[in-house]
Design a protein around this ligand. Structure first.
Ligand code: ZN
Length: 272
């Protein structure tokens, strides 16, 4: 008996005496390949009837997000018709990624209920487009109050600046970087005026005047922001076929995805 106790004590001491450089168990997690199964589900919303440059982006984005599922880490479904889903079906998705597409009129209430009950949304480019014809007050509040004001044309690269350097979505991005050619939307009133809105990235004033046909001469120009009242992030980029050629942009998109997913009110699926 004494011998057993002695051996147990030796084992305990050996376990305590691991070199301090060895990572603690909480520092890393095992991959979940085929072990825990896919951790969460995303729904991509897109619209093939949109303008050609938006469809180009959407198809590249669908390929991009599908590629991220390698190893069956998560599941990606895509649809052009949110209205085909029931509320219970939609609840299964940790987030909707809106690629240049907003819910149809028939699906507006469904989407509102999804978001008001903890749903996630990552909106790209025209996903936030709204004007006087949109007539959807909830959506305008959700976006932060900004109605489409103007845009640069043609699409072009632009210098971007971080507003927040310590946010999970931006902390590993350069303080300023040139974003590949895209069309940028400016909004009125400017979303930054809304205390619920947190702007993460803006277009640098050093770009002005920006454009050759449609010229933007100045003004506040946020391009990535969140509304603190919702699990959402809006990303202005998403026009044409150049966004996925750039590592910084890809990193921004992955950061946004990781942040939105990890804040799921039902528990962080990445902890599974
Ligand atoms: Zn566009």
């Amino acid at each position: 008996m004494k011998r057993t106790l002695f051996l147990l004590m030796l084992l305990f001491l050996a376990a305590c005496g691991r070199p301090s450089s060895e990572p603690a168990a909480s520092d890393y997690r095992e991959t979940n390949y085929a072990k825990n199964g896919p951790r969460f589900k995303l729904l991509l919303l897109y619209d093939d009837r949109a303008e050609e440059a938006h469809v180009q982006f959407d198809h590249q984005a669908i390929a991009f997000f599908n590629k991220l599922t390698v190893g069956e880490g998560f599941i990606v479904d895509s649809t052009q018709n949110l209205g085909a889903f029931t509320a219970d079906q939609l609840k299964e998705y940790t987030a909707i990624i809106a690629l240049n597409a907003a819910p149809s009129r028939e699906a507006r209430t469904l989407f509102e209920n999804y978001m008001e009950n903890g749903g996630g949304w990552i909106g790209f480019h025209a996903a936030a487009y709204n004007d006087s014809r949109t007539q959807w007050p909830w959506f305008l509040r959700f976006l932060g109050g900004g109605v489409f004001k103007c845009n640069n044309w043609p699409p072009q690269p632009a210098l971007l600046e971080l507003d927040r350097k310590d946010h999970p979505v931006t902390r590993n991005l350069p303080d300023t970087y040139v974003c590949p050619a895209t069309e940028f939307y400016q909004w009125t009133p400017e979303p930054r005026e809304n205390p619920d809105i947190e702007v993460l990235v803006s277009l640098s004033p050093r770009n002005f005047p920006m454009g050759l046909k449609d010229i933007v001469y100045g003004g506040d120009f946020p391009v990535v922001w969140t509304n603190r009242n919702y699990r959402m992030i809006y990303i202005n980029m998403g026009h044409g076929d150049e966004q996925f050629s750039d590592a910084t942009e890809q990193l921004l998109f992955i950061n946004a995805l990781q942040w939105i997913v990890s804040n799921d009110p039902n528990g962080n699926p990445l902890d599974k």
